[in-house]
Design a protein around this ligand. Sequence first.
Ligand code: KG4
Ligand code: ZN
Length: 354
Amino acid sequence: MATILALETSCDETAAAVVRDRQILSNVVASQTLIHAKYGGIVPEVASRQHVADLGDIVAEALQSAAVGWSEIDGVATTCAPGLVGALLVGLTTAKTLALLHHKPLVGVHHLEGHIYASYLSQPDLQPPYLCLLVSGGHTSLIQVKGCGDYAILGQTRDDAAGEAFDKVARLLGLGYPGGPIIDRLAAEGNPRAFPLPEGNISLPNGGYHPYDSSFSGLKTAVLRLVQKLKQQGVNSLPTADLAASFQETVARSLTKRAIACALDHNLSTIAIGGGVAANSGLRKHLLAAAAHHNLQVLFPPLNLCTDNAAMIGCAAADHLNCGHHSPLTLGAQSRMAITRVMELYLPKAGYPN
Ligand code: KG4
Ligand code: ZN
């Protein structure tokens, strides 16, 4: 059993949480969305400065609402990769300082591993092996979860991440930022079959297509061309609801097809979803229907655990600490890092899987 104070500052959410293994004792998130919305996207330097301004109060609030004193904390965790380096450094420096001051082990956590662990918070009985469909603003991957720190990437996007595609399409439709939730809301009022769009298959030399990898950049360009064509035809107001619904339907169908094929081919009976796009109602509808058809289990964490939060980081850190893994105080922040390399974040000890 491990009780963790966890921080998350990899992007535009300043978050702290106290987690005991798979149980949330507190979970505080201050979103910077409104601050970045006026720029149409995240401004890294602004994000870092806001983390510095907010993190102290957020940590105090997380400890206070968990009603946990430092004597009960077994470790201090923070996201250290991947993410915006300046933003990561705010959480990492704070976590190192707290760990040093209170004589606690430091546990660096890979952000995507955190998204995977969100499923354990809502489904504490979940056990590997299973398939995780990780769909966030920066990543779209199909990951086989074999155990703590033990992952295999079975499929991924060749270009834009699914969340990035939602954000870019929302911007070209003039809908604002962040695009995912806006498109999701608007799609409910539109016809998903109004405009046929390309699913983004990756062609293989044998004439088929890659069963698990995806591409969303062509889909985004197809929406752009469609908008240009409609404008050339003199359309006064764009049919944004139909465009949003058609785009969302295409992304949901593409992700569902790949996740189901991957789970079936690898004999994995459970698909856990992680990342901000897991909140998407179209994806939920398609995946649940397809999974029921193939007798697979699909787990969607609640929305507040799908988007960035520190509870998922704490849950991953608790598992690592229980396995005897902790990080050196010299740990650095990394903007990019494959999830297959997570064990590099921990001090070497006998028996590590390599
Ligand atoms: O996991 P996350 O909070 O941050 C990253 O680690 O990237 O994901 C943020 C992404 C954004 O691109 C946002 O547009 C998308 O998740 N998103 C959604 C929805 N809610 C958030 N995409 C589609 N539908 C939603 N309802
Ligand atoms: Zn994330």
